[in-house]
Design a protein around this ligand. Structure first.
Ligand code: UDX
Ligand code: ADP
Length: 462
């Protein structure tokens, strides 16, 4: 059996590496148009930072795992083709800002149709709006070169930063499809290392919708606790204590109740907006408004954090230096897509603050690219004021202490472990006085911060 995966990103790369590791007799070929990305997968510096991924790739690469830009060849040889390309939110035309841009999926389907002979199983791995499989099927079947296809939906539930763990030991694998034979073929691949009772099969549409729903529920928990964090700050309650208290109710459970500066990542916002668009399409206005509120609350939380910094620092941060600790959307990843840090930094820059940014895994280029993206308007125009701010007011450094030196404040935006154990007295002593610290992830022990002489503020505590 041969597998091809189109798309060597955060999903395609780790997932295929795990399949190749667990199934040495299956040839796995990951293809992508992006040559530098493929080169990185073939080097010692993988393009995706994931704890434990290096070992998995090293074990299988060169044995039965291959990365290349030979998309046509990869498709032609394979019995099973995974589509793991990006499906960003549309930025133009109908459904802009909500619907998924399916351009890349459709191009893949057309390419598969053009190159294929015989019978192939096509697996949707990317998160997609419900009923995309139908479109993919129609495109595949219209090729007219005699090839036949089964389309399966097999959404990915791995979380970044824990991808290897999640792939090795998933809560469940979901396979949606019409052909029992095709579903079984894919179930057998996962069955090599995942117990049969964790492999769920459904119809195509249930599988597609389950992915959107899972992410909407997870994001909803974060927005719910973040909403309560605002009330805690106003009343003197402590959001971490509230989370602990409600999390011990077995019906609620303790996970995904960590109040924060706001959720980020490539999935939550995109999938919810997708769900909202879908509901609107079917005339379900109340349902759409209900889910949209989860995203609105997240926007509020990010904005609120930046406003709190300004307010606390005597209502001005203009020309003040703020050290930013963390830029990734969560710890243990180099991914910055939709990171709350982007929005907080933009708001602070527009208050004319000077930012010195440190993240252990995110490159300076990535930081600049994201800030440029968020300050550019929908017509692609960056106004002169913002251009100057980006040029003059942003520095990127390679060390947390360097980011704090001479700063008026430090803002923690990602929960990297090294921030938890930072020497707070050293940080405080190197800063302008009074030295403010704003912990957007509640990673710092507030008693220790106060003992170190910091004017300390965190989420959900007055
Ligand atoms: C998510 C889903 O968890 C995963 O199943 C799906 O396949 C892709 O989307 P991911 O985006 O990688 O995964 O990260 P996740 O751990 O879910 O965190 C998302 C965001 O929520 C992060 O910014 C994180 O910091 C934030 N978060 C999470 C909180 O603020 N509080 C929490 O309690 C949990
Ligand atoms: P995800 O987080 O969903 O994995 P990424 O953006 O990290 O998303 O990865 C998607 C990858 O898919 C990118 O590397 C992109 O170059 C690749 N890609 C998009 N369209 C095609 C295509 N038609 N053929 C091959 N690769 C593609």
């Amino acid at each position: 059996m041969k597998i091809c995966c189109i798309g060597a990103g955060y999903v395609g790369g780790p997932t295929m590496a795990m399949i190749a590791k667990q199934c040495p007799d299956i040839g796995v070929h990951v293809v992508d148009l992006n040559q530098p990305r493929i080169d990185a997968w073939n080097s010692d510096e993988l393009p995706v930072y994931e704890p434990g991924l290096d070992e998995v790739v090293k074990e299988a690469r060169g044995r039965n795992l291959r990365f290349s830009t030979m998309v046509d060849e990869g498709i032609a040889e394979a019995d099973m083709i995974f589509i793991a390309v990006n499906t960003p939110t549309k930025t133009f035309g109908i459904g802009a800002g909500r619907a998924a841009n399916l351009e890349f999926i459709e191009k893949c389907a057309r390419q598969i149709a053009r190159v294929s002979h015989g019978h192939k199983i096509v697996v949707e791995k990317s998160t997609l709006p419900v009923r995309t499989a139908e479109a993919v099927k129609r495109i595949l079947e219209s090729a007219g070169n005699g090839a036949t296809f089964d389309v399966l939906s097999n959404p990915e539930f791995l979380a970044e930063g824990t991808a290897v763990k999640d792939l090795l030991n998933p809560d469940r694998v979901l396979i949606g499809g019409e052909s029992a034979k095709a579903v079984d073929a894919l179930a057998q691949v996962y069955g090599r290392w995942i117990p049969a009772d964790r492999i769920l099969t459904t119809n195509l549409w249930s599988s597609e919708l389950s992915k959107l729903t899972a992410n909407a529920f997870l994001a909803q928990r974060v927005s719910s606790i973040n909403a309560i964090s605002a009330l805690c700050e106003a009343t003197g309650a402590d959001v971490d204590e509230v989370a602990r208290a409600i999390g011990t109710d077995s019906r609620i459970g303790p996970k995904f109740l960590k109040a924060s500066v706001g959720f980020g990542g490539s999935c939550f916002q995109k999938d919810i907006l997708n769900l909202v668009y879908l509901c609107e399409h079917f005339g379900l206005r109340e349902v759409a408004a209900y889910w949209e509120q989860v995203v609105n609350m997240n926007d509020y939380q990010k904005r609120r954090f930046a406003e709190r910094i300004v307010k606390t620092m005597f209502n001005t941060v203009s020309d003040k230096l703020i050290g930013i600790w963390g830029f990734a959307f969560k710890k243990d990843t180099n991914d910055v897509r939709e990171s709350a840090a982007i929005h907080v930094c933009r708001d602070l820059l527009r208050e004319r603050a000077r930012l010195r940014i440190y993240d252990p895994r995110v490159s300076a280029d990535q930081v600049r690219e994201e800030l440029l993206g968020v300050m550019t308007d929908s017509n692609g125009i960056l106004n002169e004021g913002d251009r100057k701010l980006l040029e003059k007011n942003v520095t990127i450094v390679k060390d947390a202490y360097a980011a704090a030196e001479n700063a008026h404040a430090v803002a923690i935006l990602t929960e990297w472990d090294e921030f938890r154990t930072a020497d707070l007295s050293r940080v405080q002593a190197s800063m302008q006085q009074p030295a403010f610290m704003f912990d957007g992830r509640n990673v710092i022990n507030s008693a220790q911060a106060k003992a170190a002489g910091l004017d300390f503020h965190c989420i959900g505590r007055a």
